[in-house]
Ligand binder design. Structure first.
Ligand SMILES: [Zn+2]
Length: 401
């Protein structure tokens, strides 16, 4: 595996830098070099810690938990950030308490040691990208900061040799600020992840766009994202046509999952919650015995005397018409269907509906509701209050011929 190769290289480089600094300290007795050696030891322990964590995360043990152990990585990153901040403070205090001894030699030794550190940072970043691990990548970024910080220390020692200790203290402050910035950038991401706050705002919009483009999705109501270490958990609420069956809707959810996974990196799991599109306006037909809101619903459907057509949106309006099919001996289901479609009917309320009519309604997206006997206005009231039952099958079967 490439990542292992990169990590081995980075360890090799770190060890070289450590030996240069430690030997330099024994030769010069300069405290800055001692601190820089100690810094390497801390970083080395951190990297080992990260690698162990990554091993645990990808283990079978981690797989036993529904959400994995990905947040362990964020926890490690956070500890790393705190450790870096403390190292910085300690470094600053010790630096100010000391005076540079053998400043020129120390400066050259320190300057030499930052070369393998830059290489180590480079390899860590490569390894982190290879296995898509944010903690290994932040570790690599940290090591890059160590390169600049090390360079700053070297420059400070060099300048202090010629111009006095003022430059030494200045370089200490620069090195300190670099460490604080590293601490902040590593800590920020891990805190966001641990608190389930969005790490990258753009991802949410991107996912929303992708899901909206999936056929049969009417509206993306909600996109919730949770980052955990290197992965993202996605929860979606989408609206689909209420007439879709589970059979129809399931392939749509699969398609959503497929597209989201394909276009965004690091998606670990996608949950899709399907809701029916909320309807806002209705045009309801009810078979009626008379032409009044107070007339009783006719128990028959296509043979009723009148039809009440009721518009429901912001307000309710009634119209009553004579049933054009009343005189026909044999009811032509297709004519009735045409009549409903032409009148823009969205729902039928009746007490009985036959198999043929029911099937036609279903295929034209017209809902059938059952109501017990009552007046037209009472029934409409129940309909608005959601008290009527939607018919899932005809109330009467066609007679066998
Ligand atoms: Zn460091």
């Amino acid at each position: 595996m490439k990542a292992i190769k990169f990590i081995t290289y980075s360890f090799l480089m770190i060890s070289i830098a450590f030996i240069i600094r430690l030997v330099g300290y024994f030769i010069t007795g300069n405290l800055a070099l001692a601190l820089e050696s100690a810094h390497i030891v801390i970083d080395f322990i951190i990297t080992i810690f990260i690698l162990v964590t990554l091993r645990v995360i990808s283990s079978e043990f981690s797989g036993r938990f529904s959400y994995g152990l990905f947040k362990l990585e964020d926890l490690i990153s956070l500890s790393l950030a705190i450790l870096v901040a403390f190292t910085g403070i300690e470094f600053l205090i010790s630096g100010f308490l000391s005076r540079p001894s053998m400043a020129l030699d120390s400066s050259l030794i320190q300057g030499l040691s930052v070369i393998p550190i830059a290489l180590a940072a480079h390899y860590k970043l490569l390894a982190g990208k290879e296995i898509n691990s944010p903690s290994l990548e932040s570790d690599g970024r940290h090591t890059y900061t160590d390169f600049y910080e090390g360079l700053g220390v070297s420059a400070g020692l060099f300048l202090s040799y010629y111009f006095g200790p003022g430059f030494y203290y200045l370089s200490l402050i620069i090195a300190f600020l670099a460490l604080m910035f590293t601490s902040y950038s590593i800590g920020r991401d891990s805190i966001l992840s641990l608190l389930d706050l969005p790490k990258e705002k753009g991802v949410k919009n991107e996912i929303e766009k992708i899901v909206s483009s999936v056929d049969k999705v009417r509206k993306v109501k909600e996109v919730r994202l949770r980052w955990a270490g290197p992965v993202i958990f996605v929860e979606l609420v989408v609206e689909m046509d209420p007439l879709l069956t589970i059979d129809d809707a399931h392939p749509v959810t699969e398609e959503i999952e497929k597209r989201v996974r394909k276009s965004v990196n690091g998606i670990y799991h996608v949950t899709v919650h399907v809701e029916p599109v909320k309807r806002k306006s209705f045009r309801v037909i009810i078979p009626s015995e008379g032409r009044e809101e107070g007339s009783m619903m006719d128990q028959r459907l296509a043979k009723a005397n009148y039809f009440a057509i009721v518009n429901i949106d912001e307000k309710i309006s009634y119209e009553f018409i004579e049933n054009p099919f009343r005189e026909k001996d044999e009811l032509a289901g297709l004519d009735f269907k045409d009549f409903l479609v032409q009148n823009g009917i969205s729902d039928i309320i009746c007490s009985n509906v036959g198999e043929i009519t029911f099937g036609l309604m279903l295929s034209y997206g017209i809902y059938c509701w059952h109501s017990d006997p009552g007046t037209i206005s009472e029934i409409i009231k129940k309909f608005i209050n959601g008290e009527l039952k939607k018919l899932q099958q005809p109330t009467r079967r066609s007679k066998a011929k």
